[in-house]
Design a protein around this ligand. Structure first.
Ligand code: ATP
Ligand code: F6P
Length: 430
């Protein structure tokens, strides 16, 4: 990363890591600020003055340690994408990084966030900096003044990337979020994927609502897949949904995304918003097992049943899909979600788990086992370093379709697992 303080470098880094990890690309962020805090826990602005020799030594030590750990991570843990999250504000520093990367056969790409919108910088400071560990116990106004001085110190030495001097470097320059993006020598597939992703990011406040369809006839019959209609109780949920959404969204305008299956469209039928159907939101395809109960699957395909319990993320139904397959087909949905503002998605158990896993950074071993009960509206609020979750229960009874590990019966242990949603939400902060 390259950029002055409070330009969203950590924000962008964390998002890239979350996105790539969700796509099973091993990624990690090395935040130099946390290394620096070991030597200088709560420095004032003067610490960032380039002429402060002792401070400079501590800062160089911090970046050297971060880079060493990063190189070890590449070699010992077979990491694929590391992000060195620091200001990396001088040509000299970037030259040093470039050299180390080349020596270690690492392909570097520089991503600069440039922003001259003073109001936005002030908002960023209020949003995340005054509450950072650097200013623990300090009055927010004093912290803001000090942080502005810190930025001024960086500005003394800051050298932006430029298309003349740096024309041999692979770099992306994002100007005022993504108002203008300069792309230089981006050559590999992975680099271009990252560039495309960051170009789609925005920071406007917004919500994303997620809901499974209402209880379906197949849910009652304990059958998976299919294209059945809603049960009586499912229809009640559909009727109540506009009120639940209004209570949570107020008079915001939003767009509803459903799958192409009858049960999600019946669930959306009373919602007074624009609606869009996505094939990519259809439920995980159970192939030959479509329309069967888990008990029937265990009886007819005992080895498959066991294999799925052992590795639910990777297991692909005969003639159908795995969770990994679903994640891959959901990628355009995630990209579009990043671009959009207020969206309500009505989809299915497995698909919703995958979308939730992206926003909440849930690891692959856990995401297929998360409990997402019927008749519950989930509201996600993406914030700078975390996504806040609110669950709104409709108070309309429904069967549980949750199947725990090692059993073919549904409904057992759902209440225990239900808690995981809350636990995960509180863990997902910087
Ligand atoms: P520091 O160098 O002090 O670590 P930083 O550049 O890493 O600062 P962040 O901590 O990521 O800055 O700042 C987060 C804030 O930046 C959030 O409020 C977020 O909304 C905002 N933000 C995200 N992307 C951008 C961007 N491209 N330009 C400006 N601000 C952004
Ligand atoms: O039971 C409802 C359902 O949406 C099925 O159609 C689907 O096969 C299943 O949930 C996915 O959940 P799991 O991956 O836990 O079997």
């Amino acid at each position: 990363m390259v950029g002055l303080p409070a330009r969203g470098k950590s924000f962008i880094s964390q998002k890239i890591v979350r996105y790539l990890s969700w796509l099973s690309i091993k990624s990690k962020c090395f935040n130099v600020g946390s290394y620096r805090r070991q030597g200088a826990p709560r420095p004032s602005a003067g610490f960032f003055d380039a002429s402060n020799k002792e401070a400079y030594r501590i800062r160089e030590q911090a970046v050297a340690q971060a880079v060493e750990d990063m190189m070890n991570w590449f070699s010992d843990e077979e990491g694929v994408v590391a992000i060195l999250d620091a200001t990396n504000s001088t040509k000299e520093r970037r030259k040093w990084i470039l050299r180390l990367c080349r020596e270690n056969s690492i392909e570097p790409m520089f991503l600069e966030s440039w922003c001259d919108d003073k109001d936005l910088v002030l908002r960023n400071i209020a949003d995340v900096k005054t509450s950072s560990p650097d200013y623990k116990g300090i009055d927010p106004d004093v912290a803001t003044a000090d942080f502005l001085e810190r930025i001024a110190n960086y500005e003394q030495v800051y050298q932006p990337l430029d298309t003349t001097d740096d024309r041999d470097l692979t770099f992306v320059r994002m100007i005022n979020i993504a108002q203008q993006v300069i792309i230089n020598k981006v050559e590999t597939y992975l680099e271009s994927r990252i560039v495309f992703y960051v170009m789609n990011l925005h920071i406007k406040p917004r919500y994303i609502w997620l809901s499974r369809h209402g209880e379906s006839i197949y849910n009652i019959e304990k059958k998976i897949g299919g294209d059945s209609s809603l049960s009586e109780r499912g229809l009640k949920y559909a009727k109540k949904l506009p009120e639940l959404v209004r209570e949570s969204a107020g008079d915001r305008d939003l767009t509803v995304w459903t799958s192409t299956l009858i049960r999600t469209q019946e669930t959306a039928q009373h919602l007074p918003y624009k609606q869009l159907q996505w094939k990519a939101l259809d439920e995980l395809d159970a192939g030959e097992c479509d329309g069967m109960t888990y008990e029937e699957i265990e009886e007819k395909f005992p080895e498959d049943f066991k294999a799925r319990d052992e590795d639910k993320y990777e297991y692909r139904y005969r003639g159908g899909e795995s969770y990994r397959d679903v994640v891959i087909r959901l990628e355009p949905i995630i990209m579009e979600l990043e671009r959009q503002e207020n969206i309500l998605i009505i989809t299915h158990q497995a698909v919703l788990r995958c979308i939730y896993a992206y926003f909440m950074n849930v690891p692959q071993e856990e995401s297929p086992w998360m409990s997402i009960p019927l008749h519950t509206l989930i509201r996600l609020e993406p914030r700078a370093y975390a996504t806040h979750v609110t669950k709104i229960k409709a108070d309309i009874p429904a069967v549980s379709t949750y199947k725990g590990k090692g059993t073919s019966r549904v409904g057992e242990s759902e209440s225990d697992n239900d808690k995981s949603l809350h636990v995960l939400s509180s863990l997902n902060s910087k």
